[in-house]
Design a protein around this ligand. Structure first.
Ligand code: MG
Length: 460
């Protein structure tokens, strides 16, 4: 299996196998070359390999004449916000997001705090492949500045955008599971500032992840139990770089991960008139996000725009259209009044504000979201070329159905859809099905996985 993934949303690989300090050094030289020197904010998540890779990033950037601002272990959205805050030319985040501990990687951020898009990423990777780096002379090497204010600046930005007194009055009991990840400092601090009684799980960034890091329901059993034991109003779970947020209701039931965006969108669009300030009544999300967000948007006459999968695609569309809300169905809420980045902390604050504003329980708010069942499966492939060919064959096969070909193949039915695409981050083909019942979603997803495998076999 190809474990090194170099793609639009960054680079990921397994430490000691495909992702090495040498590789990271060259990638960082390439990014420094792409930026023509300049100021770069660097942050990491909590993985054991963070320092080994961070110093390679520093060396690569400094050798190309960059100035480095080291913000330490912080959430991915914090680095994105700090690039703008410090008027930097770019940012690097050392993280493999929701992948297991043995993985790590890099994400590259441009001056507006959004990740490099496909064209920019390709330009940067051309420098990486050609390796014609021009190191600066000794007297042009700049310094590394440590900055410890990033977390607080990010927190302030969130607190300025939510109704703190309204939330504080409720004195919510909450449990948060930080997965020993980069949200360890900010999540408890934010919840404390919002007047919550907080029980914190898995909050030591110096030990490996205590659970499977992807914040999916099956990985959150400890948190679900704690919510019940503690009689909390809500449970929050983050992934290791704190851009994805999952919710647990007051009965200890995990909500489907796409409910995070649907709930926040419901609240933001409901209160659009009081917050508009130049933003459009519009929701931007990717092709693989639940149709429940369309139903929610319809309640308020808001337009929905669907993009390719990948945070950068949603962020660029939000920036372009000035949409008031957006994000991804994997628990990634993007609220532009805080930043064009998926931000689990902003998500927590907005969900708590919705609870306070509505006076309802989280299970009651969730019950107002139309229920669909989404099943996500994946299948591995031998070569990327075969993977894309397989999707093309299926496009032909289903051409007389209602399709969206923005990315891969999306077949649109009545209250159901299937989206088949080659992943940007892992060597797999993803098949996502949504339908009105779990059985139907499962059956359709299995059927399409078998079909994809059969096509792949003919190409082997
Ligand atoms: Mg993540």
């Amino acid at each position: 299996m190809e474990t090194l993934k170099i793609g639009v949303s960054g680079v990921r690989g397994i430490i000691g196998d495909s992702l090495t300090p040498d590789l990271v050094l060259d990638l960082s030289k390439a990014f420094g070359t792409y930026l023509k020197g300049g100021k770069v904010v660097v942050g990491t998540d909590s993985r054991t390999s963070r320092e080994m890779l961070k110093y390679s990033v520093f060396a690569g950037l400094l050798s190309m004449g960059c100035e480095v601002i080291d913000v330490g272990i912080v959430p991915t959205p914090t680095v994105q916000l700090m690039v703008k805050e410090f008027q930097a030319d770019g940012g690097v985040i050392v993280t493999a997001s929701h992948n297991p501990h043995e993985w790590n990687g890099l994400k590259f951020v441009r001056s507006d705090g959004i990740f490099l898009n496909a064209v920019e990423g390709e330009e940067m990777l051309t420098f990486f492949r050609e390796k014609k780096f021009k190191p600066v002379l000794w007297d042009q090497i700049k310094r590394i500045k440590k900055n410890k204010s990033a977390s607080n600046l990010h927190l302030t930005r969130i607190l300025c955008q939510v109704d703190v007194p309204l939330i504080k009055k409720k004195k919510f009991k909450v449990v948060v599971d930080n997965c020993n990840g980069a949200g360890y400092l900010m999540a408890p601090k934010l919840l404390f500032e919002l007047g919550c009684e907080v029980e914190v799980l898995n909050n030591d960034p110096n030990i490996p992840f205590a659970r499977v890091p992807e914040p999916r329901p099956e990985n959150l059993t400890e948190l679900c139990q704690k919510v019940v034991d503690y009689k909390a109003k809500i449970g929050f779970a983050q992934d290791p770089d704190a851009d994805r947020l999952a919710l647990i209701d007051e009965n200890g039931n995990p909500l489907p991960e796409d409910y995070t965006l649907a709930l926040v969108a419901d609240y933001i669009l409901k209160t659009y008139e009081k917050r508009a300030k130049g933003y459009q009544k519009m929701l931007v999300t990717n092709l693989s996000t639940t149709q429940a967000v369309d139903d929610v948007a319809n309640r308020y006459g808001a337009k929905v725009i669907r993009t390719k999968v990948g945070e950068v695609n949603v962020a660029e569309e939000m920036k372009h259209t000035k949409a008031i809300i957006g994000g991804e169905g994997n628990g990634g809420v993007m609220f532009p009044q805080i930043g064009w980045s998926r931000d689990s902390l902003a998500g927590m604050a907005l969900v708590l504000e919705y609870l306070a504003f509505s006076g309802k329980k989280i299970s009651e708010l969730a019950a107002e979201i139309p229920r669909y069942y989404m099943v996500k499966k994946k299948t591995s492939y031998e070569t990327q070329k075969a993977a894309y060919e397989a999707v093309d064959i299926l496009k032909e096969r289903y051409q007389d159905q209602k399709l969206d070909l923005t990315e891969g193949l999306k077949i649109l039915g009545d209250k159901n859809w299937v989206h088949i695409r080659v992943s940007n981050t892992e060597p797999i083909i993803r098949v996502v099905c949504e339908a009105a019942s779990e059985a139907e979603a499962n059956e359709r997803c299995d059927r399409f996985i078998i079909e994809v495998d059969e096509v792949l076999k003919t190409l082997a």
